[in-house]
Unconditional design. Structure first.
Length: 123
């Protein structure tokens, strides 16, 4: 998907979010609800600050027959710059997760993310 390559691959084109998501985009992750495109951009920018050079490897992407749901199983990798409250040491880190997306008019309208922070590992 274009979102994964443009937004989650350096140089992280956050302006692509304006093209790919409606203004009312909504994401639920780690008990937090992020509402609106600009709020999502701010959330993503802060995530990229604490995971330096963040990339996502998509292990599997599944869409339903109607094309209005997408599930992605992924691994995020980067360098620790204070993620999950850890001391920023720039050591390699990775964690995995699953995202379920609602697609509306060919745009990512909503997302629910479950990440496995407990398996956080340093390489």
């Amino acid at each position: 998907m274009t979102f994964f390559t443009r937004v989650w691959t350096p140089p992280h084109d956050l302006d692509a979010i304006d093209e790919l998501m409606p203004e009312g985009y909504r994401m639920t992750t780690a008990g937090q609800v992020v509402e609106g495109r600009s709020e999502f951009k701010a959330w993503l920018a802060s995530m990229q600050e604490v995971v330096t050079g963040a990339t996502n490897e998509h292990l599997e992407i599944i869409t339903n027959a109607a094309g209005d749901r997408v599930v992605s199983r992924w691994i995020t990798r980067g360098r620790n710059n204070g993620m999950f409250g850890l001391e920023p040491d720039q050591q390699p880190v990775e964690f995995s997760g699953i995202a379920i997306w609602r697609v509306e008019e060919n745009r990512l309208a909503e997302c629910w993310v479950k990440r496995s922070a407990y398996e956080l590992s340093s390489s």
